[in-house]
Every structure is written in structure tokens, then in C-alpha cells.
Ligand binder design. Structure first.
Ligand SMILES: O=C([O-])[C@@H](O)[C@@H](O)[C@H](O)[C@@H](O)C(=O)[O-]
Ligand SMILES: [Mg+2]
Length: 415
């Protein structure tokens, strides 16, 4: 069964003004949808980041995989790697893995449709019927400020700039989706304010596991202070400070596990983290780790080193959510609730509603063949038009924040 075509469609969709340690989300997030067509007319779907460099690499990879057997994903991975220059070439490991990932997911969706089996079955079968996700809480502005004669752009979530705002946002997320764990994106305000927000969440939601992720915004000393202050409150502390050694110096005294999606980002970065004891939980993300099968393999590596496994996310739509759900369902030791940005972006999804739903904070594994989701072609065409009209090429949280506030300084670590 040969790959006859690979259609790459960049899209842009609405994103609220979510704050993080590098700035603020722009009004539009970029993504890319892949349609892989086999010679019997089956179409497999994939979703990946939508920045210009990634799109260019996908176009190169496309030429390499046309005509290959859609079931030969190992050989397809090698062909993609070679087309992008391989190890030591100009394209970093995670970027090559990212290109292959999008194609692998589309191959697996096509394989599932051809064989009549859900993708989780192609990964060894589901060990859970539904995958728990955590509410991804963000400090946020009430609206995107007016600029270039456009806006302001308000949204249904309103402002969240203090503990009360964060608790109200969490309440709404829990009411709407039933989430049973909460993650706060930190690194936005001085640590004591974020500690107060976590304490307010602990009081408002007794028993719900809590996490905070400041994306390297704190020094090792500040991280140790936060860990002490939140002793007994956090399920895990994510990427408090930069680097293997910085994290190790925090892990040495912290009572809660440390987690990362910034320090351990590829198989070759597992070893230095394990040697130093930098982290106890690795956040997988099939978009960066080379696809769904490699994510399953990361599960085995975590098991071998006694590490926990969770899942990272970025702004995404339903094809990614379906892929995340299939791989998490088929990875026994992925036991922490996964991150997802989906509630922030789902209104602009490009899949036909129905296959993906949240119940009690979990997404039941779609049971149709492949990923179990169907493309809404009208929505795809509209998001593609938005992409073309936007003229945007890549995500730039810092640039956007600086246009609004020229004195903004995203130095890391900041506190
Ligand atoms: O969406 C955001 O602003 C997040 O900060 C995202 O970019 C991170 O990659 C991610 O969610 C994380 O856990 O670090
Ligand atoms: Mg993180």
C-alpha cells in the first residue's frame, strides 16, 4: 500500500491571550494538517506545529516518502531523517523527529483505516478506555488589546491575573470538562503570587493533584524556596529552573518529584538527566519525540530508569488530541493526567464534532478505525484562508508582548 500523496495545509486559529514566562499567546495560533493519501484512496490525518521552518522541512520529507509503503514506518523514518541531513546535519534531532512524527501519525491513521482497527490497537492495544487530562490553567488578560486598527478581542474566559481569577478559571474548567487534576502555567508573576494561587487552588479543590510549570523562570535557589513552600501541596514541580544541574540541585532537596518537557527533550537527553538525578517525571509529546511508537518506547525507557511519565502539550486541535489519546491509552506507565490546550482552542477545530468528548476530565478513546476522527473540510479551508491572510510565519509570544509593552524583558531565570 503506497503513499500516493501528502497534502500539507498550514492553518491559523483563534487563541486567547494566555501568559507565560516568555510573553503572551498571539490572537492566532499556527498549526498544520497533513492528509496522506495511499494508492487505494485511503486518507490518513496528521497534525503538527505550523511554523515556517517546520513546513519547509515537511515539504522536503514529502518528496522522500512519496511511493513508500504506508506500513513501513521505520523505513519512512529513515528516509525522512536522511532527507533532512541526518544526525550531524543542519536540522536538529528534535526538529527531524517532529517532521517524522506528523507523517507517522498520518501513516498510522491510514493503516488503521485500511485494517479497520483503531490506532491504539496498532500500538499494542489500549490498557485504559479513557485518558485522563488535567485542566491547563493560565494567567490571562480579559482580551487581546486593540492593535493595527483591529480588536480588542475578548473571549469567554475573562481575566485571570490573581489567585481569585485562577480559582474561577479552574472552577469553570472543572465544571465544563470534569478535570480531576490542575496545572498552572507559572513564571508570569513573582513566585510568592504564584504560590498563593496554588494554595488557593488547594483550598478550593481539596484532594485534586496540583502542578505548576514556570518554564525555567526561577533560579535554583528560588525553586528550592517554592518547593519548600509547596511541600505537601504539589503532585509535581515542572521545569522550575534551567539545565540538568540546576534541576538536580532542586531535586536534591524537593519533597515532590520534578518533571520536565524542556530539559529532557529527546532520547539522547535522558541519560544526562538520569545520571544527575535531575528529574523524576518525563513529559512525553509525540510531536517532538518522533511519533506514537517512539512515545511508547519512551514509556519503556522511563520504566527502565524508574521515572514517571506524563504528557506535554502546546496549542492544538482535535487530530492531535486523538493521537495523544490513542498513545496514552496504549502506554501502561503513562499514569499522570496528560496536559492539553484543547479547551482553549476547540471552538476552531478542524475535525467533525462527536468523536472527541470529555467525561470526568477524561477523553474516551475514539473507537472508529485509525484515529477515529474525520476532517471537516470546510473548517480546514477557512483556517487555511485565515493563515494566508494573517501573513504569520511562526509563534512569537515575546515579540507580541513587546509590541504591547516595549519594556517587557523575558530574561530567564527571572526570579
Ligand atoms: O502554551 C504555552 O504558553 C505553554 O507554555 C507551552 O508553550 C509550553 O510548551 C508547555 O505547555 C509546557 O508545559 O512547557
Ligand atoms: Mg512544561
Amino acid at each position: 500500500m503506497k503513499i500516493r500523496d501528502l497534502i500539507i495545509t498550514p492553518i491559523a486559529f483563534r487563541d486567547p491571550p494566555l501568559l507565560n514566562s516568555t510573553g503572551v499567546h498571539e490572537p492566532l495560533a499556527l498549526r498544520c494538517v497533513l492528509e496522506l493519501v495511499t494508492d487505494d484512496g485511503t486518507t490518513g490525518l496528521g497534525e503538527s506545529p505550523g511554523d515556517k521552518e517546520h513546513l519547509e522541512r515537511l515539504a522536503v520529507a514529502r518528496e522522500a516518502v512519496l511511493g513508500m509503503d504506508v506500513f513501513a514506518t521505520t523505513a519512512i523514518g529513515q528516509a525522512v531523517d536522511a532527507a533532512l541531513g541526518g544526525p550531524g546535519g543542519p536540522v536538529p534531532t528534535t526538529a527531524r523527529a517532529g517532521v517524522f512524527s506528523a507523517i507517522e501519525v498520518a501513516c498510522l491513521d491510514a493503516q488503521g483505516k485500511i485494517t479497520g482497527r483503531p490506532v491504539c490497537d496498532l500500538l499494542g492495544g489500549a490498557v485504559r478506555d479513557a485518558v485522563p487530562y488535567s485542566a491547563y490553567l493560565f494567567y490571562k488578560w480579559a482580551e487581546h488589546p486593540a492593535q493595527d486598527g483591529r480588536g480588542p478581542i475578548p473571549d469567554e474566559w475573562g481575566e485571570a491575573l490573581d489567585p481569585e481569577g485562577i480559582v474561577a478559571q479552574a472552577r469553570r474548567m472543572v465544571d465544563l470538562y470534569g478535570f480531576r487534576s490542575l496545572k498552572l502555567k507559572g513564571g508570569v508573576f513573582p513566585p510568592d503570587e504564584e504560590i498563593a494561587a496554588i494554595r488557593a487552588l488547594a483550598e478550593a479543590f481539596p484532594g485534586l493533584p496540583l502542578r505548576i510549570d514556570p518554564n525555567y523562570a526561577w533560579t535554583p535557589e528560588t525553586s528550592r524556596y517554592v518547593a519548600r513552600e509547596l511541600d505537601g501541596v504539589l503532585e509535581y514541580l515542572e521545569d522550575p529552573t534551567p539545565g540538568f544541574d540546576g534541576l538536580a540541585s532542586v531535586a536534591a532537596t524537593a519533597t515532590m518529584p520534578l518533571a520536565t518537557n524542556m530539559c529532557v527533550v529527546s532520547f539522547e537527553t535522558v541519560r544526562p538527566a538520569v545520571e544527575r538525578g535531575s528529574v523524576q517525571v518525563i513529559l512525553s509529546d509525540h510531536h517532538y519525540w518522533g511519533g506514537l511508537r517512539r512515545t511508547r518506547e519512551l514509556g519503556a525507557v522511563c520504566e527502565a530508569f524508574g521515572l514517571g511519565m506524563s504528557m506535554h502539550s502546546n496549542s492544538h486541535l482535535g487530530i492531535s488530541l486523538a493521537a495523544m489519546t490513542h498513545v496514552a491509552a496504549a502506554t501502561p506507565n503513562l499514569t499522570y493526567a496528560c496536559d492539553t490546550h484543547y479547551p482553549w482552542n476547540r471552538e476552531d477545530d478542524v475535525v467533525v464534532p462527536g468523536a472527541l468528548r470529555f467525561t470526568g476530565g477524561s477523553v474516551p478513546v475514539p473507537d472508529g478505525p485509525g484515529l477515529g476522527v474525520e476532517l471537516d473540510r470546510e473548517a480546514l479551508a477557512e483556517r487555511h484562508r485565515t493563515y494566508l491572510e494573517s501573513g504569520r510565519e511562526r509563534r512569537d509570544d515575546t515579540g507580541y508582548r513587546r509590541r504591547l509593552d516595549p519594556s517587557y524583558d523575558p530574561a530567564i531565570p527571572r526570579w
